[in-house]
Design a protein around this ligand. Sequence first.
Ligand code: TPP
Length: 624
Amino acid sequence: MYKYLDDFKSPSDLKELDNTSLTELAGEIRDFLLKNISKTGGHLASNLGVVELTIALLYVFNFPKDKIVWDVGHQSYVYKILTGRKDGFSTLRQLGGLSGFPKTHESVYDMFETGHSSTSISAVLGMARARDLSGDKYKTIAVIGDGALTGGIALEALNDAGRSDTDILIILNDNEMSISQNVGGLSVYLSQLRTAPIYNKMKEDVKRKLKQVPVVGDRVTKTIEKAKDSIKYLVIPGMFFEDLGFTYLGPIDGHDIESLKKILESAKDMKGPKIIHVITKKGYGYSYAEMNPDKFHGVEPFDINTGKVIECHEGKTFSEIFGNELVKIAEGNKKIIAVTAAMKDGTGLGEFSKRYPERFFDVGIAEQHAVTMSAGLATQGYIPVFAVYSTFLQRGFDQLIHDVCLQNLHVIFAVDRAGLVGQDGETHHGVFDLSYLSMMPNMTVMSPMNGDELKAMLRFAVDHDGPVAIRYPRGRTADDIETEEMIDGKGELLSCGKDMTILCEGVMSQTVAGIADKLKAADIHPDIINARFIKPIDRDLIVSSVKKTGKLLTIENNVIQGGLGQAALQIIAGEGMKNVNIKLLGIPDSFITQGKQEELYRSCGLDADTIFRQILEMADKDEQ
Ligand SMILES: Cc1ncc(C[n+]2csc(CCOP(=O)(O)OP(=O)(O)O)c2C)c(N)n1
């Protein structure tokens, strides 16, 4: 039973509460978050850190008339709770349930969808310009973390917004953390601002005192404000932002509702671009999350009392297998470099970073930069391995083509979380990489069906010359099956038959191999080809098999457009083969929602049962 939260209807209820009550409400929200996320899993630490900030924003501004964009959006739970979606929290991140990210279809309070980092300032600037053009009056606010601020698009937007004279407010939510510790010069700069409140006070004192002196005082203040000497950089915090054209306010304690309300009120009617630097603690109020904010960034269901994750899994993840193998390879090959864009642990590079810190680079949330920086390393004879989630590699599309493939550079892309990822939903599925990577000249694209193939592919990629991408899914797998060396462009015949050709990639090969006995029992004897190489694809194997069977079923954990199936179709057409019965299975041409991976495979027709039925149908057999 919650004193405030139980009857909370809409943000206007906040206006009835004084600061003490608002602080009590913050406590209730933390309790609510803990109770719910410990059951459903989700982004806990970031949300615990923005409770007071969200309350203050909702108190001061008038949403949805005013517009707000939450960068990345993983910290929007508190906002959802207070904008009428509290009751949906038992379904958080589940199929058909409440999304873990802002969704415009979910509520009028969500004005822009996010998931990939660093977009909020651009989006809000667009809204502000639209407002100015149409003569409207609403406020526009971007809430961006110090991690997200390291993304290139955020800096492009700052550059544009700062000189725009447009009224926008940026809330910089600085908790010193990305998922892991934040990195880079900007983060060092922010920590200097954090630890220099004395300078801030000095700035205010100097300004106030000078302003008291008529005329001359004003002039001197202006002179000081315009002076660009090094002393000023020292004494006036936020100079970087001020020079860009922003009014910098802060730093301010992000867990003090009263101060937050005050500073937001004063920024509200200030003209031009403004930035409020808010200091928060990731995981605030839950000791396990405060101590391990990275572990509680995105967490599976856990025991509140011990902070331990409840579910025990068997087997290693693809990411772990990749990370371990890379550590081994790097031991004997000093040219190997590991690169991550703020996803050290998620991509399995934790151990590498400890063993070879001088050969490990976390570049911040900067995938474009990571790709081109890797290209630079490769020009000097190093072998960079950029481990990145498939969905975030989309950010580096042009860099892949222009900086890596065009120069045929030996950069390895360990493309993690490829295919359907599950509960993070639309923004996070890695279902386009086979298509966008395969279309790039010089790029080799591989997809392992298990952990051993991943290891063999990594070794192949290191020995190969030119860009190589290995895409593998979120999840666990076996890594104790002996796999022979990879041969460039060669697929693997998993079983030999006559009735049809089943061409599949990655985990789909695993799924089909898993129903091999069932197929035999149904008297269906297909050629099952594990593609291994999507590019160059094993043309000979496909042609000889389809010539024999006359039927081709392709199955991929990727959109059908531009993927494995269409590559095979091109071959069949190119060979002039007629009367081939063909079916392509893969992700349909729509955005796939959130849900458990198994549920999503089922909804896309990529689960074992549906695949089995498709095979029966193609083989003209009835279900037994
Ligand atoms: C383009 C992109 N790369 C990587 C990620 C993965 N990611 C999600 S949240 C996050 C850290 C964000 O840090 P910050 O903005 O400081 O927010 P905090 O969680 O600390 O509040 C990262 C790297 C992403 N969402 N988008």
